[in-house]
Design a protein around this ligand. Structure first.
Ligand SMILES: C[S@@+](CC[C@H](N)C(=O)[O-])C[C@H]1O[C@@H](n2cnc3c(N)ncnc32)[C@H](O)[C@@H]1O
Ligand code: SF4
Length: 351
């Protein structure tokens, strides 16, 4: 039996595949969803769990019918939970499901909004409109959710700076506690990848950087503090579950394709709707875990404690300091504002 404080549950169903997305999900029949819940419950029963944070991600957890969701929620050991997030697609939010989540102690919703503009939502292959995103947000508020994140995307095909700023303005007007802004990544095996290969999508790195900076500026002016390269929160509303990942804590992943890291073992479940199995566990050394803690830690404004990096990366740190990409604040090494813009390059120095 293994005790873990951070639990991820992957729900592998989506109403339709978005044109940019490579997360594991399928349409799924009612029967497959039932078999999935049976499988997830069997997997959960193998662990002694006392999670402080829980994250139901996907796929689209909110797509599970209410009766199946109830069966799953009933078995989650949530007695000690401080933060419990469920990812929702606006098209699948209903008052009934929002109330069900509340009944079991879910206290945070992360909703994929991506854009607040119907033409752009169509380009993305989303199954909801701007209006339904706003109505779903209001349903969640009416059900009592006081901690809501909205996911937004930039660097999208055909998106201008004016479009992006308008999306940010509309999202800020809704006053969520948290906003995640993701720059489009062209992932293999997606519709956007095919368009990219055939030359119909042309990434523009300069425009992406300008949009990223515009996001930081508008969100900080609206009272959101950037605490990680893609994440902005009102004070005290940072996502504890994701911070645990970035700080290199142990976590257990349940469901198809979910990853787990516990002690010196890491494994990934196979990506099958039913009958998924844990892959072969990889043994990870203390050195690798320290490298990952440093690399992921440097994606956060809080950076990493000096004791983690001193003596091992002195040369790299000296170079990053002279390039003004990092700074010492007390005994923590933190990215500078410029370091946040080039976070991948900074992180790479520690891997
Ligand atoms: C696993 S999805 C879950 C959200 C929910 N399924 C939905 O789409 O409404 C998490 C977020 O990752 C982001 N995302 C997914 N694919 C991406 C890509 N290729 N590039 C950038 N961001 C991406 C989207 O903002 C999405 O909301
Ligand atoms: S972005 Fe969300 S809804 Fe779209 S395919 Fe990915 S997981 Fe499913």
């Amino acid at each position: 039996m293994t005790k873990v404080e951070h639990l991820y549950v992957h729900v592998p169903f989506c109403a339709a595949k978005c044109n940019y997305c490579a997360f594991y999900s399928e349409a799924g029949s009612a029967e497959q969803m039932g078999a999935y819940v049976d499988g997830a419950l069997a997997e959960l029963s193998r662990y002694e769990l006392q999670p402080r944070t829980i994250f139901f991600g996907g796929g689209t957890p909110s797509l599970l019918p209410a009766t199946l969701m109830r069966r799953l929620l009933e078995k989650i050991p949530a007695g000690d939970v401080e933060e419990w997030t469920i990812e929702c697609n606006p098209a699948t939010v209903s008052t009934e499901k929002a109330k069900l989540f509340r009944e079991f102690g879910v206290n945070r919703i992360s909703m994929g909004v991506q854009a607040l503009d119907d033409a752009m939502l169509e380009v993305l292959g989303r199954v909801h409109s701007e209006d339904s995103a706003v109505r779903s947000y209001e349903k969640l508020r009416a059900a009592g959710f006081e901690n809501i994140n909205l996911d937004l995307m930039f660097g999208l095909p055909g998106q201008t700076m004016a479009h992006w700023q308008e999306t940010l303005r509309r999202a800020i007007a809704l006053q969520p506690e948290h906003l995640s802004t993701y720059c489009l990544i062209l992932e293999e095996d997606t519709e956007f990848w095919r368009l990219f290969q055939s030359g119909r999508i042309k990434p523009d790195a300069e425009q992406e950087l300008a949009m990223y900076e515009a996001g930081i500026e508008m969100l900080s002016a609206a009272g959101y503090r950037q605490y990680e390269i893609s994440n902005f929160a009102k004070p005290g509303r940072e996502c504890a579950h994701n911070i645990a990942y970035w700080e290199g804590k142990d976590y257990l992943g349940i469901g198809p394709s979910a990853c787990s890291t516990i002690g010196d073992r890491r494994w990934q479940n196979s990506a099958e709707l039913t009958g998924w199995k844990p892959g072969r566990a990889e043994v990870i050394s203390q050195e690798l875990r320290a490298s990952e803690r440093a690399a992921f830690g440097m994606r956060m404004n809080a950076g990493v404690p000096g004791e983690l990096v001193r003596g091992r990366w002195d040369q790299e740190i000296a170079e990053l300091l002279s390039a003004e990409l990092v700074q010492w604040r007390g005994d923590r090494l933190q990215p500078t504002r410029r370091g946040i813009l080039f976070a991948d390059e900074v992180a790479a120095e520690f891997l």
